[in-house]
Design a binder for this molecule. Structure first.
Ligand code: ADP
Ligand code: MG
Length: 608
């Protein structure tokens, strides 16, 4: 039998490597701009077209390359930044693996123009799909310009995989934020489709943050600064009251390289313990400086993960430094957010089986056959129909949303509790649960999730009927957004209008909100909007959900009434009625249970 193993040609090997390093246009931007930073540039200009799919150009004024180096740079494992294995532990440059140019050249069409200072002429090299097409002398400015066209032109499967131009642009912007924050002493310009998105002068870190995220962030920040023999920690952290519900402005840099570090993130969260509103994440821009031989950057081809020799010690230093910064600015108030509402109810033990309520719905009921209900409340005629919602909790079983759950539905408790009179009695427990007796036992409803479910279905109805939700007009509130959020917003503005927002003036990253859906429970428009936007962003990875579904879900979460709100009998009655007018009252829009029944037999067991 003949031998079957052979070496892959370089072009194929490079394409395979490109699979890891170059995932999308933003990866090209990252690699090219990092090279420009390594080349000692003081000004870097990035030009992208159509989300970087058709064109990415990176122009720098760095050291440039000689004719031979320009050619060599595209070889795999070709680098000027390290020479031997030992150098891996003294890395001061962003690059060192010598993979980026070879990878990009294997999946795109590149024109490189570069000139070193001291040389009269520069060189122009054209390469596409790893094949050098030409190299000639040209006159050009000192520095380097990479023009990368038609990314993945020869890998249709990957090209198809790219998202919309706006989505790809967002990724470019995220990479841009990282490199711009790591190098405030470099001037950066970012242009997309011939319009300028950012023009950042050389400045200090604080000003750079403000240029990127808007003036509003200024009063939110407080500086952090600690020097130890292991690490120097500097930068800015956000005040707790500005913390948001989903990740956004959390940045760690080590020796001027952006990194992801979940463990150090935990250090920050630990330091903020008890002073953060529940479920929020503070902003931070933290810069670590360590001896390069105490870290290993060579963990992943994208080099955003770093292994620290002194991880534990740095964790503790980070906690202490953050606490000190918070304390210095009197940001540790005496209130304790945990005082209220930390409750253990329902009183099931951990391993006790929980009965999923068996519920049927009124098949006659059609939410669309009456005039639209605009405030998430049902009018009186409907309420009469719904008064017998208790009956819905019979033995027929509710159509649950989750098939997985459905298979686990246990038998309903069969012991009849005829003597337990059902009445319109509602007890609010811990300002969080609504309790009411039903035939089979005690029904417990999570008030916030119930309201989320009601609002969610209401928004979905508005979309289905293209009938706007009623709107409350406001004194207009101006909100400045960062570029990425602004882009998201322009995409969904029309849908937001359908559910009752009046958003105007899409000026330079600034919007004006002049009205919002009437049924929301947040007084603060800015807060409502922030929570909405963050939830919306965080559902971006949910490929099963379409945009409107995500909007409905995020708005429901943003506007639902909170735990801690005390509810009158009438409000509880309305909430319960409206909940059971929903198609899927059993689950919140995020799939969490809304209703739990403590069966009579469970109760009986407890009294044994
Ligand atoms: P690495 O950055 O890991 O060394 P790359 O493939 O990104 O590998 O780049 C290969 C080499 O090309 C670099 O080591 C550097 O010498 C040279 N190079 C790339 N981009 C530039 C640039 N903008 N200016 C000067 N030299 C560059
Ligand atoms: Mg590089």
């Amino acid at each position: 039998m003949p031998d079957i193993i052979h070496l892959l040609p370089d072009s194929v090997a490079n394409q395979i490597a490109a699979g890891e390093v170059i995932q999308r246009p933003a990866s090209v931007v990252k690699e090219m701009v990092e090279n420009s930073v390594d080349a000692g540039s003081t000004a870097i200009r990035i030009i992208a077209k159509e989300g970087g799919k058709t064109l990415i150009q990176v122009i720098d004024n760095g050291c440039g390359m000689s004719e031979t180096d320009a050619r060599m740079g595209f070889e795999r494992h070709a680098t000027s930044k390290i020479r031997e294995a030992g150098d891996l532990f003294a890395i001061r440059t962003l690059g060192f693996r010598g993979e980026a140019l070879a990878s990009v050249a294997s999946v795109a069409q590149i024109v490189l123009r570069t000139r070193k200072s001291g040389n009269d002429l520069g060189t122009e090299l054209i390469i596409a799909g790893s094949v050098v097409e030409s190299q000639v002398s040209v006159s050009c400015a000192i520095g380097t310009t990479f023009t990368v066209r038609n990314l993945f032109f020869n890998v249709p499967a990957r090209r198809k995989f790219l998202k919309t131009n706006n989505a790809e642009l967002k990724h470019i912007i995220y990479e841009f934020h990282r490199v711009a924050l790591a190098n405030p002493d470099i001037e950066f310009i970012l242009e997309h489709n011939d319009s300028e998105i950012y023009s950042l002068p050389r400045t200090n870190l604080k000003q750079r943050i403000i240029h990127l995220f808007g003036k509003g962030i200024n009063q939110n920040l407080t500086n952090i600064d600690t020097d130890t023999s292991l690490v120097r920690v500097s930068g800015y952290i956000g005040k707790p009251e500005f913390a948001r519900r989903t990740p956004g402005e959390q940045f760690f840099f080590t020796n001027k390289r952006f990194m992801k570090h979940p463990y150090f993130h935990k250090a920050l969260i630990t330091a903020y313990e008890k002073i953060l509103p529940p479920d929020t994440i503070p902003s931070y821009f933290i810069y670590l400086e360590v001896d390069p031989d105490t870290i290993d950057i060579n963990i992943h081809p994208t080099k955003t993960e770093i292994k620290f020799e002194n991880e534990l010690a740095i964790f503790q230093i980070l906690v202490a430094a953050t606490r000190e910064a918070l304390g210095r600015f009197n940001l540790i108030p005496s209130i304790d957010f945990n005082a209220e509402g930390a409750i253990e109810f329902p009183v099931f033990k951990r391993d006790d089986p929980v009965n999923v309520p068996g519920v049927s719905y009124n098949r006659q009921y059609n939410p669309f056959d009456e005039e639209i209900r605009i405030q998430g409340t049902v009018d009186h005629r409907d309420r009469e129909n719904l008064r017998h919602w208790e009956k819905l909790y019979s033995h027929e079983g509710i159509p649950l949303q989750s098939a997985a759950l459905q298979s686990e539905i246990p038998e309903q408790p069969s012991l009849p509790l005829e003597h337990l009179k059902q009445a319109d009695i509602f007890i609010q427990l811990k300002n969080r649960y609504i309790l009411t007796p039903v035939k089979s036992g005690l029904m417990m409803i999570d008030q916030r999730r119930a309201h989320e479910r009601i609002l969610y279905e209401q928004y979905i109805r508005s979309f289905a009927m293209n009938y706007p939700v009623a709107q409350r007009t406001l004194f207009p509130v101006t909100i400045e957004l960062d570029q990425a959020d602004y882009l998201i917003l322009t995409e969904i503005a029309e849908d937001l209008h359908t559910i009752g927002f009046d958003i105007r003036n899409f000026g330079t990253n600034t919007i004006v909100i002049a009205g919002y859906p009437v049924d929301n429970h947040k007084e603060d428009t800015r807060e409502l909007f922030d929570i909405f936007l963050e939830n919306f962003k965080s559902t971006g990875g949910d490929i099963k959900a379409n945009v409107r579904e995500r909007i409905a879900r995020s708005m429901a979460i943003a506007s639902a009434l909170n735990y801690g709100e005390s509810l009158s009998q009438q409000v509880m009655q309305e909430l319960v009625d409206n909940l059971f007018a929903c198609e899927s009252p059993g689950y919140s829009p995020s799939g969490k249970p809304v209703v739990v029944i403590l069966g009579a037999d469970e109760l009986e067991k407890k009294f044994k």
